[in-house]
Design a protein. Structure first.
Length: 456
């Protein structure tokens, strides 16, 4: 079961001002009717009413009053107390008015959950009035000594409460300023959304993190998350995700780590966002170094072995066939020794680029080491498909390569093995292609040999 809503100090000040402004003239008129001889005039009642209304107006017009609403709430209590004491003392009358006013304000304090310090103050003032004034045959007897003591106690209590509240207010202001500084200067982007998912506030870092897309991509939660995640948020669950967003027309992409948490009472949502583009780029770079050849940008041995296992597994499952080609550049060592390693490396890059242009999207071309390349061709169910690919490879490799204005003719020997004809495991398939490649080396010029030809 939810507790009643606690009203702010500013709301309490306004409520008390309205009550005080209404009760003061009503009680004044009532006692004036009952006791026409009272010296406490209606004019004096209106003075206190105007004081209440003045403070009420200030709560709407003056920023100082708004920021120090708690202090002004005490001022209202003091006005109420003084008006009651003045009424009792001047008219030598019972403290009925004072007691009535405090009873109303005390009830309001309980309803709106006023801080305990205020409740203690109200009770203490009533006790002081009872000590300083006592009734005898419906007449108020004033003891000067007791009255003086009660006034001193009243002033001390008032001073201590105001001092305590001022110190609390000062500490609260420091805490608020500290929170604002942390919010604004945090290196992590922080955004506040209302319960409808609309952006209402963001800190300074958000502009640096999300750049110019701040007011187009992040102004509404529905643009960032799908309906399922939004439903989780509405159910009070936090969500964390990574989001990739295109920043501008130049296709600049940024990666963000986003954490969204519902606020208490589901009044809104707090989103923390961090730019992880550099981390993602670094991870991709590490991944590329682990799985790709740094010279040719082709898959390396490790990635090739993974692709081979996956292709072999799919072929066995769906009863498919595939081909494996082993390349070797016959005269690469002569070129490398004659023109140097820089020319040799440049040549390997050009060879890789030409071979890539002959392949299908599903094919895998990898560089294992030196001048050794391998090619994995899945879904080769007809030999005609393989022959068409081989013809394209021969055409591109027969053309000379130009590196730094040096004309280089490269001879390629290709060994070919077929699954499941030439092997049923990765080791068998690679070994068969390797043997076929060495057979192709015996012939001059670019050519290829099938391992199955060795059997015949």
């Amino acid at each position: 079961m939810k507790s009643k809503e606690c009203y702010s100090d500013l709301s309490i000040v306004r409520i008390l001002c309205i009550l005080g402004g209404i009760i003061t003239p009503i009680v004044t008129y009532t006692w004036k009717v009952i006791y026409p001889k009272l010296t406490y005039s209606v004019f004096n009642g209106w003075i206190f009413t105007c004081m209440f209304l003045l403070v009420l107006g200030l709560t709407y017009l003056n920023e100082t009053v708004k920021k120090n609403a708690t202090i002004f709430s005490y001022i209202i209590y003091y006005l109420s107390t003084l008006s009651g004491l003045y009424f009792a003392f001047v008219n030598n009358f019972c403290f009925g008015y004072t007691f009535l006013l405090f009873l109303v304000i005390f009830s309001v304090s309980l309803i709106f959950k006023t801080p305990k310090s205020l409740l203690y103050y109200e009770i203490s003032i009533i006790i002081i009035i009872l000590l300083g004034l006592y009734i005898k045959k419906d007449k108020l007897i004033i003891n000067p000594i007791i009255l003086t003591i009660t006034l001193i106690i009243f002033c001390i209590i008032s001073f201590l409460i105001i001092k305590h509240k001022y110190e609390m207010h000062k500490e609260l202001s420091k805490s608020n300023n500290l929170f604002k500084n942390i919010f604004q200067e945090s290196p992590i982007g922080i955004m506040l959304y209302n319960k409808n998912g609309k952006l209402i506030k963001a800190n300074n870092s958000i502009y640096n993190i999300v750049d110019k897309i701040y007011d187009t991509k992040f102004d509404c939660l529905s643009k960032l998350i799908n309906e399922s995640l939004y439903l989780n948020l509405k159910q009070g669950k936090s969500i964390q995700m990574e989001k990739t967003i295109k920043i501008n027309k130049d296709n600049l992409v940024k990666h963000f780590d986003i954490h969204i948490t519902p606020l208490s009472n589901m009044d809104g949502y707090l989103m923390q966002i961090k730019d992880i583009t550099d981390i993602k780029n670094y991870q991709n770079k590490i991944k590329k170094m682990a799985y790709y050849d740094t010279l040719t940008d082709l898959p390396n041995r490790k990635l090739f072995e993974d692709r081979m296992k996956m292709t072999l597994k799919q072929a066995k499952r769906y009863d498919n066939k595939f081909a494996f080609l082993f390349f070797d550049l016959d005269n690469f060592k002569i070129i490398n020794d004659t023109y140097g390693h820089s020319i040799g490396d440049a040549l390997l890059k050009k060879v890789a680029d030409r071979l890539k242009n002959t392949l299908r999207e599903s094919d895998t071309l990898a560089r294992l080491a030196g001048d050794e390349f391998v090619l994995l061709l899945p879904f080769i169910n007809e030999k005609e498909d393989l022959l068409n690919i081989l013809k394209r490879i021969e055409n591109v490799m027969d053309k000379p390569f130009y590196v730094d204005d040096i004309k280089l003719n490269v001879l390629v020997s290709i060994g070919i093995s077929l699954y499941p004809l030439d092997g049923k495991t990765s080791k068998e398939i690679i070994h068969s292609a390797d043997k076929a490649m060495y057979k192709a080396k015996k012939y001059k010029g670019t050519n290829y040999k099938f391992y199955s030809d060795n059997k015949s």
